[in-house]
Design a protein around this ligand. Structure first.
Ligand code: SDX
Length: 466
C-alpha cells in the first residue's frame, strides 16, 4: 500500500480505538438478534420515531454506543481494509466477495458506467440551471428509459436518427468551425471498442441495481461537468469506482490519497438503517413499482436539508460564520433562536457519529498544505464543534453527524458544494438497492395509519348558502 494511503488507514484505526475507548461503558442496546414475530409492540413518537418497519440483516446503528455495522462488519474495519466495490457487494449479497466474484462485479460496474444514450437524453435538458439532485433524479428516470426501449423494441428509434439511437457513439465536442455552437461528431472508433451487451434482466432485479450503482456516479459526474461549463467525460475502465468517479467529476486522475479518501467517504455513506431516503425508496418499492422509481424517491428524500442536504448547508454556515473568532457569538445567537445547526444532531445517534469520527481527521489531514480558505473552513468547523458540544451538545446529546466534516473533505477534492448531496446519493444507492431487494423478498405494501383528530357528521351546506 502506498505509504501516504497507509497514513489514511492509520487515521481510521486511530479514530476506531478512540471511539471504542470513549463508548466502552455505554450499555449495548438490545438489538434484535432473533427473527421478529409480527405483530410486535413498539413505542412510536412523531416522525415514526422508534417504529420498527421491518426486519433486516443489512445494517445496524447503535445510537448510544455510536456504532455502525454493515452485515456484521464494523464500519471502522471496512474503512480501514475494504473498498466501496467490496462494501456495495457486501450490502447487496450479504458476504464479502471472493476474488472471482469481486472481479466479475467490477467488470459489470465498469460496463454499466457507460451511459451515452442516457447522457445524451439528459443533456437535452438545461441541467446547468437545474437543482443538482433534481437533475440526478431525472437521470435515473432516463436510465430506466433503457429498459423501456428494451421492453418495447419497436419503440427504439430507427438507425437514421443518429443523434438519439447510436448508444455506442460519443458526442465529441470539436473545435467550433467559426460557429458559436459545438459541432458534434460521432466517434465511430468507439463502436468497435465497446459492443454493449444487451441489458439483461428487467427494471427491478439485481442487474438494475448494478446498473444504478454504476450509473448514478456517471450521471452525477456529468451534471457536475455541465454545471462547470464542460462536457461529460467518458469513464476510465482502468480506474476504481472511487477513482473513476473523481476523474469524471474533476477531469483529473486522482492521486492515490485522493482516491483513497473518496473511497472511504463512499464506504461511510453507503448505508444507515431506516433513514428517511432509504425508507422512501422502500415505500415506493413496496407497491411493486420498479427500482428506478424507488431510487428516484430516495434521491428526492435525501435532497432535504434535514437529511442529505445538510452537508451543503454546513459549508454555507461555516462561510457565514467566517472565522473561528466569530463562532462563539454565532453559537450563542443560534442557541437563543433554537436554530437547528446543520451537521449536528441525529435521530438515532446520541453519541458521536462514527462517520464524523473518520471524516473529521480526514478533513484535517495535512491541512497546512491546503489553500487558506480551506484551512479557515476547517478551523472554523473545529471551533464550532467545540462550542456546540460545550454549550448544549453534550447535555442534549447533540454531536457532529456525517454531514459536518464531509463538505470540507469534498472541497479539498475540488468538488463544488452544490454536488455534495449528489455524492451522498452516489454512495447511498448501495444501501437503498440492498434494502429494497431484501424487503421485496417478503414484500408487504407500507401503509401506516394517521390518528384522525378531525370532526364527524358535519352537514353539507350548498355553495349559495355558505
Ligand atoms: C443525515 O437518519 C439517518 O440515519 C440520517 C443520516 C443517514 O446516514 O442517512 O444519518 C444522514 O440525515 C444526518 C442528519 C443531517 N441533518 C442535519 O444535520 C440537520 C440538523 N439536524 C437536525 O435537524 C436534527 O438533528 C435531525 C433532523 C437530524 C434529527 O431531528 P430529530 O431526531 O427529529 O430531533 P428533534 O428535531 O426532535 O430535536 C430534539 C432536540 C430539540 O431540542 P428541544 O426542542 O427538545 O429543546 O434537539 C435539538 C432540537 O432543537 N436539536 C438541535 C439540533 N438537532 C436537534 N439543536 C440544534 N442544532 C441541531 N442540529
Amino acid at each position: 500500500m502506498h505509504e501516504d494511503t497507509q497514513r489514511i488507514t492509520d487515521i481510521i484505526l486511530k479514530a476506531a480505538s478512540k471511539a471504542r475507548r470513549e463508548t466502552r461503558d455505554e450499555s449495548k442496546k438490545q438489538h434484535a438478534g432473533k427473527p421478529l414475530r409480527w405483530p410486535i409492540e413498539c413505542t412510536i413518537g412523531p416522525g415514526l420515531e422508534g417504529a420498527i418497519a421491518c426486519e433486516s440483516k443489512i445494517g445496524y446503528v447503535d445510537g448510544s454506543k455510536g456504532w455502525l455495522v454493515y452485515r456484521g462488519y464494523d464500519i471502522f474495519d471496512l474503512c480501514a481494509y475494504s473498498s466501496y466495490e467490496e462494501v456495495s457487494y457486501l450490502l447487496l449479497h450479504g458476504s464479502l466477495p471472493t476474488p472471482e466474484q469481486l472481479d466479475d462485479y467490477k467488470k459489470k460496474l465498469i460496463e454499466y458506467r457507460y451511459l451515452n444514450k442516457t447522457l445524451r437524453l439528459l443533456m437535452g435538458f438545461p441541467v446547468e440551471e437545474m437543482n443538482a439532485m433534481g437533475a440526478l433524479r431525472m437521470g435515473t428516470i432516463l436510465m430506466r428509459q433503457e429498459f423501456t426501449y428494451k421492453d418495447q423494441e419497436s419503440g427504439r428509434p430507427g438507425l437514421d436518427d443518429a443523434i438519439s439511437t447510436d448508444e455506442d457513439s460519443i458526442p465529441m465536442e470539436t473545435q467550433p468551425a467559426g460557429e458559436k455552437k459545438a459541432i458534434y461528431e460521432f466517434n465511430a472508433a468507439r463502436k468497435a471498442r465497446r459492443k454493449r451487451k444487451k441489458m439483461r434482466g428487467d427494471a427491478s432485479g439485481l442487474e438494475a441495481c448494478y446498473h444504478l450503482l454504476a450509473g448514478v456516479p456517471t450521471i452525477t459526474a456529468a451534471i457536475s461537468r455541465v454545471r462547470q461549463g464542460h462536457m461529460a467525460i467518458e469513464p476510465d475502465p482502468k480506474l476504481s469506482h472511487a477513482g473513476n468517479f473523481l476523474y469524471m467529476m474533476t477531469g483529473k486522475r486522482p492521486t492515490p490519497v485522493q482516491e483513497r479518501i473518496m473511497d472511504v467517504a463512499l464506504i461511510l455513506h453507503a448505508d444507515h438503517g431506516m433513514n428517511a431516503s432509504t425508507f422512501a425508496s422502500m415505500v415506493v418499492a413496496s407497491t411493486l413499482s420498479d427500482i428506478y422509481f424507488s431510487i428516484g424517491s430516495g434521491i428526492a428524500a435525501l435532497s432535504g436539508p434535514l437529511h442529505g442536504g445538510a452537508n451543503e448547508q454546513v459549508l454555507h454556515t461555516l462561510k457565514k460564520i467566517g472565522s473561528p473568532e466569530n463562532v462563539s457569538p454565532w453559537v450563542q445567537s443560534a442557541g437563543k433562536k433554537k436554530k437547528k445547526i446543520s451537521g449536528f444532531g441525529h435521530r438515532v445517534y446520541k453519541a458521536y457519529d462514527p462517520r464524523a469520527r473518520v471524516l473529521g481527521p480526514l478533513a484535517g489531514h495535512r491541512i497546512r498544505s491546503c489553500p487558506e480558505e480551506i484551512v479557515n473552513l476547517y478551523e472554523t468547523a473545529n471551533e464550532l464543534e467545540k462550542r456546540v458540544l460545550r454549550t448544549f451538545g453534550r447535555e442534549k446529546k447533540i454531536f457532529p453527524n456525517v454531514d459536518f466534516y464531509s463538505g470540507i473533505v469534498y472541497s479539498r477534492l475540488g468538488i463544488d458544494p452544490s454536488m455534495f448531496t449528489p455524492i451522498f446519493a452516489v454512495s447511498r444507492v448501495a444501501g437503498w438497492t440492498a434494502r429494497v431487494l431484501e424487503y421485496l423478498q417478503k414484500n408487504r405494501i407500507f401503509r401506516p395509519r394517521a390518528m384522525y383528530s378531525g370532526e364527524f357528521e358535519r352537514e353539507y351546506v350548498s355553495l349559495e348558502d355558505r
